[in-house]
Design a protein around this ligand. Structure first.
Ligand code: NAD
Length: 341
């Protein structure tokens, strides 16, 4: 298939572009590079020996987006492009609503004009109400608790309404849990701008000496060691899930599918820390801090539906997630700013 990948220069996008090329598909990326470097795609080109066309276009720039989509002959779109930092979304909600929602409206309108009515959408476990019992099934109560999560929930609803209005649309909503890890080559990985918002990139930067110590928020949760528990999923497993959803889209009639992509197993902060220390062979200094408002004690997926409907299941374990992160981070302590490889 010929696939337009929005946000394809980013963390999950670049791994998915690589997986698509390895599966024999052709890709075209649009990304405004607001949170990414074109170097990620240069490295995908080195890994695959294939060209990755990139248009540096903002989804809010309707005329440029029109040029890309109208002339693209795409079979489907994988839509990663979004802002994703929860804390920033609380401080700047309108930025998030405009970028994520208006960007998605522009994208869908241009897709409809071009007759491209197949989309795989990056959703998130943040769409679920945190008071649900675990594990989270797709039917669990929805209720995002921050502006970022609410943009994801609204985009899901928009896509479902669109499909009702025009039954030719084929929509896959993939709800990711906590993506970590990197491609096994160590050539591409997560490269957060500024201070990392997520646990594993933070630990990795402490391990390289770029940051002093890890701050662990909450040591009195009702979990075995008192720290928060999350469902970490290897980014390559996630990328493969996208390829499988795309290949399903090729053969199906209109409809909406909603799928969790997680492992079904939760790990605490201290378990992840221990696994990372084993992977990098160093002690990671850390300090306990009070809980952060809004953080749930435990969150993990029921991935059974993804296995049933897609035949997909995560196969990479926490050890591999940490080893692959460390291979990437130790070879690229400053991320893509360390280019060239
Ligand atoms: N990483 C996670 O923990 C996680 C979890 C659940 C869902 N998601 C979702 O997955 C998707 C990809 O996440 P990621 O971790 O790879 O993030 P990322 O920031 O690395 O990738 C997003 C990409 O979109 C681009 N972008 C943002 N706004 C754009 C716009 N208006 N026009 C064009 N490009 C734009 C950015 O430059 C970036 O390359 C996002 O939609 C995110 O909300 C991520």
């Amino acid at each position: 298939m010929h696939v337009l990948v929005t946000g394809g220069a980013g963390y999950i996008g670049s791994h998915t572009v690589l997986a698509l090329l390895e599966a024999g598909h052709s890709v075209h990326v649009v990304d405004n590079l607001s949170n990414a470097s074109a170097e990620s795609l240069h490295r995908v080109e080195k890994l695959t020996g294939k060209k990755v066309p990139l248009d540096v276009v903002d989804l809010l720039d309707r005329p440029r987006l029109h040029e890309v989509i109208a002339g693209g002959s795409f079979d489907a779109v994988i839509h990663f492009a979004a802002l994703k930092a929860v804390g920033e979304s609380v401080r700047e909600p309108l930025l998030y609503y405009r970028n994520n929602i208006t960007g998605t409206i522009n994208l869908c309108e241009e897709m409809a004009l071009a007759g491209v009515k197949a989309i795989v959408f990056s959703s998130s476990a943040t769409v679920y109400d945190p008071s649900n019992p675990m594990p989270l099934q797709e039917e669990a109560t929805l209720g995002a608790v921050n502006p970022y999560g609410r943009t994801k929930l609204m985009m899901e609803m928009m896509l479902q309404d669109l499909q009702v209005s025009d039954p030719d649309w084929r929509v896959w909503l993939l709800r990711y849990f906590n993506p970590i890890g990197a491609h096994e080559s160590g050539m591409i990985g997560e490269d957060p701008a500024g201070e990392p918002n997520n646990l594993v990139p933070y630990i990795a930067q402490v391990a390289t000496g770029r940051r002093q110590e890890l701050r662990v928020f909450g040591s009195d949760y009702p979990t075995p060691d008192g720290t928060g528990v999350r469902d970490y999923i290897h980014v390559v497993d996630l990328a493969i899930g996208h390829v499988m959803a795309l290949e399903r889209i090729a053969h199906e009639a209109g409809g909406v599918q909603i799928c969790n992509l997680g492992t079904g197993r939760g790990y605490s902060v201290l378990e992840v820390l221990a696994a990372f220390e084993a992977a990098c062979g160093k002690k990671i200094p850390y300090a306990m801090h009070p809980r952060r408002p809004g953080d749930a004690a435990v969150c993990y997926a029921d991935p059974a539906y993804a296995e049933k409907v897609l035949g997909w299941r995560a196969t990479r374990d926490l050890t591999q997630m940490c080893e692959d992160t460390w291979r990437w981070q130790s070879a690229n302590p400053f991320g893509y700013a360390d280019a060239p490889v």
